[in-house]
Write a protein that binds this ligand. Structure first.
Ligand code: ADP
Length: 319
């Protein structure tokens, strides 16, 4: 009976003994090493020798691969250069914004001083004077806030680029920090804050600083955009992740605008008129922090009925 391995043995013997076979092996080795500049040794012989034809075919393939490889290396070099230029541009942009905002702060401080001095003599003003003064002061406040926001965008980009430092943390402790920071502020506004503490043993290996900032931003918004009702902070442990939830009974985000909520400087149409205290940077920044922790953030919201923000992060931080 003929063994199935016989033809393979014959091929293997040919490759290891004949000079053409050895050359083919060498070519394949060079290709696997990425050395496409290898020049194939084509022995003299009959043009129609099928092994010489194979070697010539491989020589052509190698030349094509060499061309592609050179093109790829050129493109990689260009990309690296473009990337470097982009980073430099970004740095220049940040430095410019920082410098411009700082420069603006000086005349703003003088303006503030002037306004305070003027206000001291407001007792003798006519109603018209008072109205003009109030408009000027309003414009001043707006301008000061814009400058602060500009500086904040720079700070945020820098902070969001920081690498998280992961350590074992107690979820219970993080909730205690939140409760201490927010309870009295919620009470002062007549809102109920419910903190659903996890079991004491729940530990997460994460950057607690990042998590605290994420929850602070979400609770800050819940406080800002809720007039009556309850705000709830909860956590659920799952297989490899934990899910934080901040739910409020506030004004909600209009359905048509929800897809833009995490964009820089986004402010929904239902807050623009009634609240002047926001920069539209909080959610953008929060999302950057969540991404740094390799997590996800999303929300459900109904205008007039409240919002629930969800943050899911790995229990064991992967950076
Ligand atoms: P801001 O400083 O304006 O609060 P954020 O980036 O934190 O900036 O939020 C962006 C916008 O998303 C807010 O201006 C507001 O319109 C909306 N928003 C965020 N959180 C809530 C919330 N809990 N309830 C209602 N609207 C919210």
């Amino acid at each position: 009976m003929v063994s199935i391995t016989d033809p393979f043995k014959a091929i293997a013997t040919w490759f290891s003994t004949s000079s053409k076979g050895k050359e083919i092996i060498t070519i394949l080795e060079q290709i696997s090493k990425g050395n496409f500049s290898y020049k194939v040794k084509i022995p003299s012989g009959k043009e129609d020798d099928e092994h010489i034809q194979i070697l010539k075919g491989l020589e052509l393939t190698l030349r094509e691969l060499e061309k592609l490889d050179k093109r790829e290396k050129r493109r990689h070099k260009q990309m690296t250069k473009a990337n470097k230029q982009l980073k430099q541009l970004d740095k220049n942009k940040r430095e410019f914004i920082e410098l411009a905002s700082h420069q603006l702060k000086t005349p703003l401080a003088s303006l503030r001083l002037g306004l305070d001095v003027l206000e001291r003599s407001s007792r003798n003003w006519s109603d018209r004077d008072k109205q003009v003064f109030s408009e000027v002061k309003h414009s001043y406040d707006h301008m000061a806030k814009l400058v602060e926001s500009l500086l904040e965008t720079v700070r945020i980009d820098e902070r969001a680029n920081m690498q998280p430092k992961c350590q074992l943390n107690s979820a219970h402790n993080i909730f205690t920090i939140m409760e201490k920071q927010f309870r009295s502020r919620f009470e002062a506004k007549g809102l109920e804050l419910i903190v659903e503490y996890p079991i004491e043993s729940l530990r997460i290996r994460t950057d607690a600083g990042f998590v605290v900032e994420i929850l602070q931003n979400l609770l800050e918004n819940a406080l800002k955009y809720t007039k009556i009702g309850i705000v709830r902070l909860e956590i659920t442990e799952m297989k490899n992740v934990v899910e934080f939830r901040v739910a409020d009974t506030g004004i909600g985000i209009p359905a048509l605008e929800q897809s833009r909520a995490f964009e820089k400087l986004f402010r929904a149409s239902n807050v623009k008129d009634e609240s002047d205290v926001g920069s539209g940077l909080g959610l953008y920044y929060t999302q950057q922090l969540v991404k740094r922790l390799k997590g996800k953030i999303w929300f459900e919201s109904e205008e007039g009925n409240g919002s629930v923000f969800y943050v899911r992060i790995p229990k064991d931080c992967v950076t």
